[in-house]
Design a protein around this ligand. Structure first.
Ligand SMILES: [Ca+2]
Length: 464
């Protein structure tokens, strides 16, 4: 059995057609969803690239991996002996290949990246020896814009902010964008793998819809900002004194609108551009999924399509990730195992991204390291309605943690502007009314705090 990963950046699940969005056009993902299991309640363990990826690529939760923000290098923090996914799959006998980003950056995970037999369109670690690119490397106009200074330079943050804080026509043709090239390289590799008949793992990255929300004009032209509704949960609906992210809700965001809140028109334009980015990704991913079918690989290839975390599209005045609210902690996830009884169905049970390694171990038959902190959800690929985890967990730092059950979300902040936030998701799905200090919810508050402190082992699926 082969494994294909498609990892999309910063994707708000609610923006995708098959997750219920009626405006954004994602026909290829929608088609794929009809052949796979779509997880409607899949949650990441951290809400930015580096800690989330470190978590699902090692099977460790952030407080165990030691990586909970974008500055902590995976290779310097994970416990000694930690085996990341490329190592596990290579030791299992798969030829391992990656196109584009996988860990946060090669310099964040050099030893882990050495387990790739092929590294395409990404920096290889020093000493890595592998084949040249499968396709002649094109000069991508997108990439001419390199930072004029190092990451640690004082001007870097401002350079990055200016680069990030844009939306609209990229001025490029699709084939001048790296995401297009990633898909083309994936198709070429899949055709080669199909001829060689050697089991493989391939991961392909799509950088859109990460900011800047710029994309070729033909995609921007698909959406009329006038027809985009304003975001739900506007700042006016919040009691800011009890909202943990009030500072960003009323001021600067990290990824876009970094100088302050947008006008209503700008908000609509940015959401339209985000949809355009997703439609571009959908075209690229569609070509790769077509190649899986065309080459006959569909019959023996596990296909996992996912985002590394979610993204706020203006709800609560937020235009970024980094919160533990629903828009960022939830992410799209589809898993297609050839012949799985649940293919074509939706699973509403809770799964966590930290479960991916145990699930692959279960499906492929490799031994999952005992330190791994997830649970195989392979049984849900047989019966997606089987009762599963009662809660999901997430952190942004050791002092900021979240637990979500079906009914409530509970966030704790040791140093935050509020000590805790409690939301009744049944009455208040957009998490606008903080009940943490409401005497009528004292018992629920205590119960949720208890669950958070007891941790993930107290929320495991019931034994069959
Ligand atoms: Ca990301």
């Amino acid at each position: 059995m082969n494994v294909l990963f498609v990892i999309i950046e910063d994707t708000n699940a609610g923006a995708i057609g098959c997750y219920g969005n009626t405006i954004c056009q994602t026909p290829n993902l929608d088609h794929f969803a009809r052949t796979a299991v779509q997880f409607n309640s899949a949650y990441v363990q951290a809400v930015s690239c580096n800690p989330s990826r470190t978590s699902f690529l090692t099977g460790l939760r952030p407080l165990t991996s030691g990586v909970w923000n974008n500055n902590q290098r995976t290779s310097e923090h994970v416990p000694p002996g930690t085996k990341a996914l490329p190592q596990l799959l290579k030791e299992h006998g798969l030829y391992t290949a990656v196109i584009g980003k996988f860990f946060h950056g090669t310099d964040y995970a050099r030893p882990q990246m050495m387990y790739f037999d092929r590294i395409e369109h990404a920096v290889a670690p020093p000493g890595w020896k592998g084949p040249p690119p499968i396709l002649p490397a094109p000069v991508l106009k997108e990439e001419e814009e390199k930072p004029p200074m190092g990451r640690n330079d004082p001007g870097y943050r401002e350079w990055r902010r200016q680069r990030s804080d844009r939306y609209g026509d990229s001025g490029l043709k699709p084939e001048e964008e790296s995401d297009y090239y990633h898909a083309a390289a994936a198709v070429a590799l899949l055709e080669q793998f199909a001829r060689r008949r050697e089991p493989f793992f391939l991961s392909m990255h799509q950088s859109h819809p990460h900011t800047p929300l710029t994309v070729p004009k033909k995609y921007i032209d698909m959406y009329d900002p006038a027809k985009i509704p304003l975001p739900p949960a506007p700042v006016s609906s919040l009691n800011l004194a009890e909202f943990p992210y009030a500072k960003r809700s009323t001021g600067r965001n990290n990824d876009i609108f970094t100088k302050g809140q947008p006008t209503a028109q700008q908000a609509k334009e940015a959401i339209a551009a985000y949809y355009a980015c997703l439609s571009f990704v959908d075209d690229n991913v569609g070509r790769v999924l077509d190649a899986i079918d065309r080459t006959g690989l569909a019959k023996n290839t596990i296909v996992v399509v996912m985002a590394d975390h979610g993204f706020h599209l203006g709800d609560h005045g937020l235009w970024s990730k980094y919160t533990m609210l629903e828009a960022t902690r939830r992410a799209p996830l589809w898993v297609r195992v050839p012949g799985a009884p649940a293919n074509g169905r939706v699973c509403n049970e809770f799964v966590e991204f930290v479960d991916l390694i145990p699930t692959l171990g279960d499906l492929l038959g490799f031994k999952v390291p005992s330190a791994v902190e997830g649970t195989s959800f392979a049984p849900l690929l047989v019966n997606p309605e089987r009762p599963w985890k009662k809660a999901v967990f997430q952190v942004t730092s050791p002092s900021e943690q979240m637990v979500r059950t079906r009914r409530y979300s509970y966030l704790e902040f040791k140093d935050g502007p509020v000590p805790a936030a409690l939301y009744d998701l049944k009455k208040d799905p957009w998490e606008t009314v903080n009940l943490a200090s409401d005497p009528g919810h004292a018992a629920v508050h205590a119960e949720m705090a208890g669950l958070l402190h007891d941790g993930w082992k107290s929320a495991l699926p019931p034994k069959p």
